[in-house]
Design a protein around this ligand. Structure first.
Ligand code: ATP
Ligand code: ZN
Length: 213
């Protein structure tokens, strides 16, 4: 049998279940949710690594994994050199700027000279530069939405799906800067036998997606 293709999946979080279900729908069996770091498929030349999502683009760039599933937001933010091979249509969300509900807002220029807290400094920085707005970006790793209430920043830039987290923190969404979904990424130069396995996998994924629509 060919040497297996290595696929990095999120260990536990918002991408995990749908990632697993995708392979299951493709008829690829492996143990999942056992707490192990690695699992070998019993019926396809693939082995799975279970990691934190933020680490996946780096492992794929370095070739530790051949493929990975991550949110596009994370793939772009990490700035790693990887190839997007498929858009998967799940874990949809957006990256938005939000401000306290009581504040007036006309347009993006209102953010000039303000402090914005985010876990996505690269995506936010690119957007502000495109818009010609100069604001101070404060990188924080979690609980971004509490930053205005503790006086750390006048605005936040964070992932939104339903908007209920913003609402419960007294914030309102004023700009959407990026729309994301789960994507499959690959090492930019896969060896031929791995590329063949990827092609077989994509053929199955396309069939599964076509059957759904
Ligand atoms: P890990 O422990 O692996 O680092 P995490 O807490 O960083 O996980 P999750 O919250 O599981 O990440 O989110 C994983 C991805 O799911 C996000 O990067 C994003 O692409 C997507 N996502 C979809 N909806 C949401 C949401 N409401 N909040 C956060 N992320 C979401
Ligand atoms: Zn993460």
């Amino acid at each position: 049998m060919a040497s297996p293709i290595r696929i990095a999946l999120q260990k536990s979080g918002r991408l995990s279940e749908d990632s697993y279900q995708l392979f299951k729908a493709c008829g690829i069996r492996f143990d999942y949710g056992t707490g192990k770091l690695k699992s070998v498929s019993s019926n396809f030349a693939a082995e799975f690594l279970f990691l934190r999502d933020d680490d996946i683009p780096g492992y794929v760039e370095d070739g530790v994994a051949d493929l990975g599933i991550v949110g596009e937001n994370v793939a772009v933010e990490t700035g790693r050199h990887v190839t997007t091979v498929h858009r998967l249509g799940f874990s949809k969300c957006r990256l938005s700027i939000a401000i306290p509900r009581g504040e007036a807002y006309t347009d993006i220029r209102d953010l000039d000279g303000k402090n914005i807290a985010t876990s996505y400094p690269r995506l936010l920085g690119t957007y502000l530069a495109e818009q010609g707005v100069s604001a101070a970006i404060h990188e924080i790793s979690g609980s971004v939405e509490i930053a205005p209430s503790i006086g750390l920043a006048e605005a936040v830039c964070d992932i939104v799906s339903s908007g209920s987290t913003l609402l419960s923190n007294g914030l309102k969404e004023v700009e959407t800067i990026f729309r994301s979904e789960a994507i499959m990424i690959a090492h930019p130069a896969l060896p031929a036998e791995k590329q063949t396995l990827l092609d077989q996998l994509l053929f199955r994924i396309n069939a599964v997606q076509a059957a759904k629509n």
